[in-house]
Design a protein around this ligand. Structure first.
Ligand code: GLC
Length: 438
């Protein structure tokens, strides 16, 4: 087998044509229905106990956004006419190699993690007033009401000990009490997709689906008929756990190497947390077949390192058919140099194939949701999107848009994608406004 055949084999395996996407969409709809009916399904379909906001909510509320290794806290002022303003915000990492701490690892307890968050929260509040707080916690949680959320399982490779099975609201309250923060009133805990849907629909009622395409991947939507309330309710699908999917050998390998094998299969194919890992596995595979960077022991060079979604973005910023940087040199940031056109093609086409598969899979799941909420696409829909892949990876938004166009054909103009930045923080504050006044 010659070199380009090895590459073609991989890119072919990663390509998902329209008919496969339609099958995936149909399976996704079925799994949604099973999940809603409480039957066995890879989709958890978790109730949020919130519907769309009225757009009239007013006042200042705190939003705490905890969904990855960076936590953000913001004070948001809602104006009551669909407008809002972020008055103050702070951001801090849960992991900092230079400062020597990592609150995401298994040697740390959840009390220590929430204590750290509570101490940071003090930096944004004043002593002389009350702050209702909404908390976005972007992990699968089962709730019995808007201010209660039991963590089912960590995702995105978090390992902090003692949190699974615990009420996250109670953990935060306890941490605030220990830090003597008495003027912050936690009122709501929501998922980031729910926050994004709230923030987007505060301005535009047409938004009934929200999705995150970033470190993690997930989607929520407004369910008209549900067993929890007579009113429409936002459901967190936990779409990242969907598993009726055509896996390549590299997906299987990544799954085996992950913290939680056989969980979050869609997320492992779509999200930024895993795309770089897949790239590494594929490049090492090509290298071992003598195809990519011959003469370099790539497995050894990348032993302790993962490639990242940012690496993929950096590759895709360049033109496909020319070596970048005129000097015919591409440094990968790991002491690696791609000098030949063939190696560059291997690298570029693999990145392109991973990006395209991610965006096309996401599009298939949106089709699955639309088929459930509006089978004939009689109404217009806005899908709010947040996350670094959609916002920053070159070509990602266009591939997603094209895939939707391909799948929805003549109805494509009924569905719009809309970037909503900071949705989970603003949405958390909005959830507090809705819960506090209800
Ligand atoms: C993971 C979490 C999910 C979250 C998503 C995006 O999939 O399980 O709750 O919405 O990441 O942050």
């Amino acid at each position: 087998m010659n070199d380009s055949e090895a590459l073609a084999e991989i890119t072919d395996e990663l390509h998902l044509p329209g008919d496969k996407l339609r099958r995936i969409a149909a399976n996704f709809t079925e799994e949604m229905l099973l999940g809603l009916a409480g039957k066995k399904s890879s989709l958890k379909m978790l109730p949020s106990f919130l519907g769309q906001p009225q757009g009239l909510e007013k006042g200042e509320y705190l939003g705490l956004d905890f969904g990855g290794t960076n936590v953000r806290i913001m004070l948001v002022s809602f104006k009551g006419n669909g407008a809002y303003e972020v008055i103050r915000h702070i951001e801090f990492p849960l992991r900092d190699e230079k400062k020597g701490y990592d609150y995401t690892q298994a040697s740390v307890s959840c009390e220590e993690l929430f204590g750290f968050i509570a101490r940071n929260l003090k930096r944004i509040i004043k002593r002389d007033r009350l702050y209702p707080l909404g908390h976005t916690f972007s992990f699968p949680c089962r709730s019995a009401g808007v201010n209660q959320a039991t963590l089912i399982t960590w995702t995105k490779e978090f390992e902090t000990v003692g949190a699974e099975g615990r009420d996250i609201g109670a953990l935060l309250e306890e941490a605030l009490r220990c830090e003597q923060v008495n003027n912050v009133i936690p009122c709501a805990i929501i998922n980031d997709t729910v926050g994004t849907l709230l923030a987007a629909s505060y301005r535009d009622k047409g938004c009934d689906i929200a999705t995150i395409l970033g470190t993690g991947h997930n989607t929520s939507y407004l369910e008209q008929r549900n067993c929890w309330s007579k009113e429409p309710m936002i459901i967190n699908i936990e779409a990242g756990n969907f598993n009726l999917l055509p896996l390549s050998g590299f997906d299987r390998l990544l799954d085996e190497l992950s913290e939680k094998p056989r969980e979050q299969i869609l997320e492992k194919m779509v999200s930024g947390r895993y795309l770089g890992v897949l790239l590494k596995l594929i490049l090492v595979g090509l290298n071992e077949r003598g195809d990519f960077l011959p003469g370099v022991d790539l497995r050894h060079v990348l032993k302790e390192k993962d490639l990242t979604a940012q690496d993929i973005s950096a590759v895709l910023t360049n033109a496909p058919d020319s070596l970048p940087y005129k000097g015919h040199l591409f440094c990968f940031g790991y002491g690696l140099m791609v000098k030949t056109t063939h190696d560059w093609q291997c690298l570029y086409k693999t990145c392109q194939a991973l990006r395209n598969r991610s965006a096309r899979l996401a599009a298939a799941t949106y089709l699955g949701i639309l088929r459930h909420i509006d089978p004939l696409l009689e109404k217009p829909h806005v899908i709010a999107v947040d996350g670094s892949l959609y916002e920053k990876m070159p070509g990602y938004a266009a591939v997603l848009q094209d895939a939707l166009q391909e799948l929805l054909a003549e109805k494509a103009d009924r569905v719009k994608l809309k970037l909503v930045k900071d949705g989970s923080g603003v949405g958390a504050a909005l959830a507090a406004a809705m819960a506090h006044n209800s």
